[in-house]
Design a binder for this molecule. Sequence first.
Ligand code: COA
Length: 686
Amino acid sequence: MNAVTTLTVEDGVAVVTIDSPPVNALSAPVREGLKAAFAQAEGDDAVRAIVLACAGRTFIAGADIREFDSELVGPHLHDVQAVIEASTKPTVAAIHGTALGGGLEVALCCHFRVAVPSARVGLPEVALGLLPGAGGTQRLPRLAGVPAALDMMVGGRPIRADKACELGIIDKIVPEGELLAEAVSYARKAADAGTKLVRVRDRSEGLAQDTGPEVFAEFRKKHARAFHGFKAPANIVKAVEAAVALPFDEGFKREGELFEELVHSNESKAQRYQFFAERETAKIPDIPKDMPHIPVKSVGVIGAGTMGGGIAMNFLNIGLPVTIVEAKQEVLDRGVATIRKNYQITVDKGRMTAEQLDERMGLLKPSLAMDDLAQVDLIIEAVFEKLELKQEIFGKLDGIARPDAILASNTSFLDVDAIAAATQRPETVVGMHFFSPANVMKLLEVVRGEKSSDSVVATAMAVGRRIGKVAVLSRVCDGFIANRMMAPRMEAAQALILEGPMPSQVDKAMVAYGFPMGPFAMLDLVGLDVIGWDAATSSSSTVTEVLCEMGRWGQKKSGGFYDYDEKRRPSPSPVADQVVRDFQAKSGKQHREFSEREIVERLLFPVVNEGAKLLDEGIAIRASDVDVALVYGYGWPVFTGGPLFWADIVGLDRVIAGLEAAGHEPAPLLERIAADGRKLHQYQVA
Ligand code: COA
């Protein structure tokens, strides 16, 4: 039919095949091909049934996300679907890989769907700040029922073929490798038997129960917190309400209106930007894509503390043997016990079997001897943050590890080059900075030292992806990307409470912005005593120092900036608030009320400024890497796109004026980009 679509007819069954790598997204040529092929098959008297199949790794994985930002070219997907759905001959979608978004919505316009067991189907548009706008919100509940459809569309996670079959989304599971033959046979049988053809839009089995207003009310209540700041979930719920209350055509129209609201929203633009930004992180301009990787089949971790244990779990999870080394038996035992306990929690939640727990623990080799790391491919050091200690360890490793082994440090701010200099092979040394808890947090910063070889860097990035992380490349600097970016927020928060707002107000503004917690609640969680406080030199010169001197070290002492009950629930602390007021009185600053917006800008504009500085220094490759790092490393709300995307939404002129008003010097790069009318989030280091 065209470059990406073929139509073949064999023995009365037409097969429409889409072949548009990498993921058969519904680009204009795919839509044109589909429409023409189904129209031709419908008009061909020799055709009695039609199968829709895809070549390559997957069924249609959705709309072409890049098209949302441009004028529509070619037929609208709705028109393509109308042609498919109008077929008077049995139509069967043959699903392998992932039928996602528009892909599943096209499949729902066929009369039947067959899939291989490894296939998954889903409507993940919510992750892009959208709703399924090609009838998904109307057709899915008609098959799967309202509760399941809401879960699938608001959660966004694809489900397995067997589950989809249970829910009536898929009609038959067929053996792997026999998908096309089985789909053709299914279609032919339907034609032979004269099976009554009912379009999904005309079906209603899913709407037979659980459609009352209380179902929606409960769903909204249950997810209120998770919905905060996002626009799409609420619109999805509204669209499903319309599916229940209105005839198909009217519900479909309502879906369209709700979709339009979303597609032009900043929230969705931000999430679409993040989708591509996340994938972009893997691309390193000066390292070719085909750079050979060093095979990593075994791992060593030095340090069995919280960090080391969490790091080890990442590799045990993907079936790699891990040797974990500690200096003292007692610490080693405790570390191993913690790993087991963490897995046990997963088992208790039903997300892992006891056998899997045993398998993973079976891959863990605890040791007191660094010599046991002589044969491993990748060694990650995760000991206390002290340069001399790390240098000593790397010096020793130099004599123990295989010459081609990768030596990584999990340092969070130390100079990776100085650590590498302790070895005779600095080209094998790299930073691999995990975020706590290391088995959970998705960000991995790979820190490229002055002498790290290209293949070591490429391998570390690939290893990150293998263990399910988003790996972002950073050059060496104090704090690398994420921690360095967030330090100014903390400084600004500490300064701001001297001008009027109380810590709880500052935190509230940050939570309203979309952060999981504010800076003061975070300090209480981490411990005020461990962020650079020294009892010996403490001189009551800051609020934090005074709180530390009073023994208010945070949650662990039942009090810091807040008071905590035995369940670690916070409440405002009259004692801490008095300390703040005393400092306010002494500060000599004009005190006043601050709006939430002012608080947000006072805290976050300096973060944007720091981003511009580190881009100018070449620490990150591109602005979007910085945004990805903050979203995955610090819970920066994804619907803002990250600090640099957000800065463009707010307007760089406003950012610069805000910085100046608060006494900060705007970064030269920020001023240059603003003067040229460019976008900060599109900046790439040359
Ligand atoms: N539109 C445009 N490009 C898409 C795309 C889409 N719907 N889905 C994937 N791509 C691109 C990616 O950007 C990537 O491009 P790159 O190689 O230039 O970086 C490439 O296809 C491969 O995608 P990737 O995610 O790296 O592959 P994967 O095998 O890990 O995952 C999917 C495949 C389909 C599961 C995943 O890409 C995905 O979830 N896509 C989005 C699906 C979706 O949201 N559909 C609804 C759209 S409304």
